[in-house]
Design a protein around this ligand. Structure first.
Ligand code: CAA
Length: 258
C-alpha cells in the first residue's frame, strides 16, 4: 500500500511508522489518520509483526489536528463524520504494542496521539502541550481525559488551561513519558525497545497490554479480577508451558506466540 502522509518500514518483527507531513509540522489531517488506521489494520493482520514504533520528525512529532482543514467545520460536519472517533481511536484499539517515539513538538492532537500509544519514549528535545485553549477550543482526542489520568488533575489543568508546553524532563517527572533519550538515539532506542518486546510471547504481551489498560478504566477490585482471570487463562497457552520448561532446563524458549 502506498501512503502519502505516513511512511511505513518493516524492520524484522517491528513496524516503524513515521508521520510525514513536514510542511505542516505533521498536522494530523483526516487523510493522515485514515492512512495510520489502515497501517495499523495491516499490522494487526500480519502475524509476523509483533510491535509498532510510531514517530514523527526530528523537530516535530505532530503539531495537532489540522487547523486549516477543520477551521470551517460546523457542528453537523464534525458530528456526522464522527470527527476524531472515526479514525484516531484506531491507535488506542491496536492489540499489538505501540511505542510513541517523540522528538520536538507533540502538541494538541499530537500529544493526544502519543498518549493513545502504550508508552512514550521522549527525546531530550520533546515538548508536550495542549494549546487548544489558545485557539478558543478544548482538546478533543483525550487531552482532558488521558492526560489527567496520566499526570493528575493539577498538572493537566495547568497545561490545558494555560496552553503552556512542558519539556521532556518535566514530562518524565510527571509520568507522561517512560524515559528520555538523546534525540540522535531516539529511533534506534525505540526500535531496540520494540525488538525486546517483539521477542517475547506475543500472546502474553497482548494480555499484559489489556490488563494494564484495564487499570485506567475500572476499580481496583474489578481490575484485579480481570488480571487474575487473564493470569489463569495464560496457562492455556503453549508459550507458558514452553517458557517455564525452558527456564527449568536452562535454555532459551522456542515461542510459538499462542
Ligand atoms: N494545523 C495546520 N497547520 C499547522 C499546524 C496545525 N496544527 N501546526 C503548524 N502548522 C503549519 C503552520 O501553519 C505553518 O504553515 P505555513 O508555513 O504554511 O504558514 C507551518 O506548519 C509551520 O508552523 P509555524 O510557522 O507556526 O512554525 P513555528 O516554528 O513558528 O511554530 C508551533 C511551531 C509551535 C508548532 C506552531 O506551529 C503551533 O503552535 N502550531 C499549532 C499547535 C496547536 O495549536 N495545536 C492544536 C491543534 S487543535 C487540536 O489538536 C484539537 C484536538 O485536540 C484534536
Amino acid at each position: 500500500m502506498h501512503y502519502e502522509n505516513i511512511h511505513v518500514e518493516i524492520r524484522d518483527l517491528v513496524a516503524l511508522i513515521t508521520l510525514n507531513r513536514p510542511k505542516t509540522f505533521n498536522a494530523l489531517s483526516d487523510e493522515m489518520m485514515d492512512e495510520l488506521s489502515n497501517a495499523l489494520d495491516m499490522v494487526e493482520d500480519n502475524e509476523s509483526i509483533h510491535a509498532v514504533v510510531l514517530t514523527g520528525g526530528e523537530k516535530v512529532f505532530a503539531a495537532g489536528a489540522d487547523i486549516k482543514a477543520m477551521k470551517n467545520y460546523s457542528y453537523m460536519d464534525a458530528y456526522k463524520c464522527n470527527f476524531i472517533t472515526r479514525n484516531w481511536e484506531r491507535v488506542s484499539r491496536c492489540r499489538k504494542p505501540v511505542i510513541a517515539a517523540v522528538a520536538g513538538y507533540a502538541l494538541g492532537g499530537g500529544c493526544e496521539l502519543a498518549m493513545m500509544c502504550d508508552f512514550i519514549l521522549a527525546a531530550d528535545t520533546a515538548k508536550f502541550g495542549q494549546p487548544e485553549i489558545k485557539l478558543g477550543i478544548l482538546p478533543g482526542a483525550g487531552g482532558t481525559q488521558r492526560l489527567t489520568r496520566l499526570i493528575g488533575k493539577s498538572k493537566a489543568m495547568d497545561l490545558c488551561l494555560t496552553g503552556r508546553m512542558m519539556d521532556a524532563v518535566e514530562a518524565e517527572r510527571a509520568g507522561l513519558v517512560s524515559r528520555i533519550v538523546p534525540v540522535s538515539a531516539l529511533i534506534e532506542d525505540a526500535v531496540k525497545t520494540a525488538d525486546l518486546i517483539a521477542a517475547q510471547s506475543l500472546t502474553a504481551v497482548m494480555m499484559i497490554k489489556e490488563c494494564v489498560n484495564r487499570a485506567l478504566e475500572t476499580s481496583l477490585s474489578e481490575g484485579m479480577l480481570f488480571e487474575r482471570r487473564t493470569f489463569h487463562a495464560v496457562f492455556a497457552t503453549e508459550d507458558q508451558k514452553e517458557g517455564m520448561e525452558a527456564f527449568i532446563n536452562k535454555r532459551q524458549p522456542a515461542l510459538k506466540h499462542r
